[in-house]
Design a protein around this ligand. Sequence first.
Ligand code: PHE
Length: 495
Amino acid sequence: EVGSAVVISQCSYRTDSTSNLSPSILKLLDRRLYAQRDHPIAITRKLIESVFTQPTFQHYIASNPVVSTAANFDALGFPADHPGRSTTDSYYVNKDHVLRTHTSAYQHAAFQAMKQKHETPYGYTICADVFRRDSIDRSHFPVFHQMEGARLWRHSKTDSQGFPISYYQGYLRRMEIIRQSLGELARPPVDVDDPNPHFHEVRNPKQPTHQHQEIRLVASHLKRTLELLVAKVFDAAKQAAIASGHLDANGAQEPLKVRWVEAYFPFTSPSYELEVHWQGEWLELLGCGVVQQALLDDAGVGDRIGWAWGIGIERLAMILFGIPDIRLFWSEDPRFLNQFRAGQITRFEPFSKYPACYKDVAFWIGSSAAAAAAAAASPPAEEHHHKTLGDTGSDPGLAAAAGGNSTHAAAAPTETQPTAFHENDVMEIVRDVAGSLVEDVKLVDEFVHPTSGRKSLCYRINYRSLERTLTNEETNWLHREVARRLVADLGVELR
Ligand code: PHE
């Protein structure tokens, strides 16, 4: 309710007309899956941390999920009209605070903290749960986990013997140190395809203050580091798959194939995505790049240069453990939880699958007058939030059944068009009513009435529990409640 207080992690926030937290989200804030020793999320976090060793790297966990919009968007250079900022894509506590949509929300503060630290540590990893409103399928859940890492090298004030040097020499010395760091990295046992240059004037530019040579070194160090990460993680996955008979020893002989793809993030340039070839498919695994100098300047560490990366943990854990449905991570069923042990990658043994229950709901959106106006004013379908934020948290490629719902999201931010219909609002209602009893929601039919101009949509909801068979009464009740909320909250007219 507008003007009331909501308490999260012992802090109280006043809600306003921007607030869109749902009770189902609030219930998930205290689970701390990343901290439960034997949970696959925690095991995966530890495995990633093990590649980034101390004292160079410090490992952090961010427990309070609320961050300022300044930290989540502004400091990172998100433009004012970025779809990630809209209330249809993100959870707003109030107009100045969101549930973090990515771990990059800590970059500014982390870099600022590094100012006090003179020599080591120069790097960190941070793990947190992150929140995005999105479609519903076996690879999307409104809360998921990310891990981020960054490493900076600073401009030297002294030479290798400790004698003071000029600014220019200090800059050359920084480059020397990066070259040394690169030399210390092992060559990962993976087959790397990197068809594009490290930077490209138009497609993936180097920042104006950066020197070619230095960017080549930083980019090589970044890529090599992440290839090592992937080599280690996928070797663990391979061993688990062989041990359980999911992969024969021949298949395991082949080296892992990875490829680098140019990418865009507002806070890095040049930027890349790393894809991994796994069980016949290219999977987009992580986003990364050279940190924007403006961000470092802003944090008071303008004498440094460095890289950052971010990875979605669920996607990786689904591959590592062979977990077929993202909802399982939230399960408290011992048949799930008892399968995992800290420090071990083991293959998930599915317990019996319970029956699916499909139900359709069809409705008209908008009045005919509003429909005509909206049709005239509606912007072309924008790129989806996940794409532009860097889709590190979805579609592990395992969920073959995953519908392409997100492409229907003609993302009209609710700020500018408060009455505009957005698919994510339907998803949110279904989540709120059915929680983890819903497996996926797909748009199965869509048409515009030839004379009234009104649009009709039909969604097919698959109700299925991971833990038991749902009764008819239960699914009927859930479905009726979904329909009621669609009318009450979105003002649609049922067909
Ligand atoms: N924060 C980005 C995302 O959520 C990933 C990223 C992190 C990209 C760090 C570059 C550097 O997709």
